[in-house]
Design a protein around this ligand. Structure first.
Ligand SMILES: Cc1cc2nc3c(=O)[nH]c(=O)nc-3n(C[C@H](O)[C@H](O)[C@H](O)COP(=O)(O)O)c2cc1C
Length: 162
């Protein structure tokens, strides 16, 4: 199956998740394109989609949201999985889903939406971002669970068959 994997990122952590999902799908025998949402202009020509975004202020990044909204009619005709990455700490916080994701699941007809823990490296943040992280007392570190991410991608790979 030809699969598009596309995820929006500000600081790279979610792009790395998209890369690992792409690797797993390739291992499963699929033909995979991992492309940033802002450069996807045509979603036709794929048999399935895995779309995601980092979460900022409780929402998906604009380019990922727009990718889903712009292509909703085409997405609804094929299998779609959505993922978000953001919560940090042990246990991961915040616990709530991104506020816009229910609408994105409905628009795309996604089979599932999964939230993965994220990564905060204060040295990469701008001043405003640092202030927010301090105000929210968000934990710093890399909380991405690669085993969980790979297992999710393997499940998708199997669901798609060969
Ligand atoms: C300013 C700022 C705001 C954030 N807001 C949220 C949020 O509302 N919910 C959440 O789950 N994670 C939030 N995060 C955590 C990020 O989603 C997490 O660091 C993610 O891994 C970043 O991915 P990226 O490197 O792909 O941009 C925030 C991080 C920063 C720096």
């Amino acid at each position: 199956m030809r699969v598009l994997v596309s995820a929006a990122t500000k600081h790279g952590a979610t792009a790395e998740i998209a890369g690992v999902i792409g690797e797993e799908l390739r291992t499963g025998g699929h033909e995979v394109s991992v492309v940033e949402p802002s450069v996807v202009d045509d979603v036709t020509g794929y048999d399935a989609y895995v779309l995601g975004s980092a979460i900022y202020a409780g929402r998906w990044l604009g380019e990922a949201r727009e990718l889903v909204e712009r292509n909703a009619p085409a997405l609804r005709t094929k299998p779609v999985w959505l993922f978000s990455s953001g919560p940090v700490g042990e246990p991961p916080k915040p616990e709530e889903d991104p506020v816009d994701v229910e609408a994105l699941v409905a628009a795309s007809g996604a089979r599932e939406h999964r939230v993965f823990s994220g990564k905060i490296d204060r040295t990469t943040l701008g001043l405003g971002e640092k202030a927010i992280v301090i105000a929210l007392r968000a934990a710093e570190g890399d909380f991405r669970d690669w085993e969980e991410i790979r297992a999710w991608a393997t499940g998708i790979s199997r669901a798609l068959g060969s």
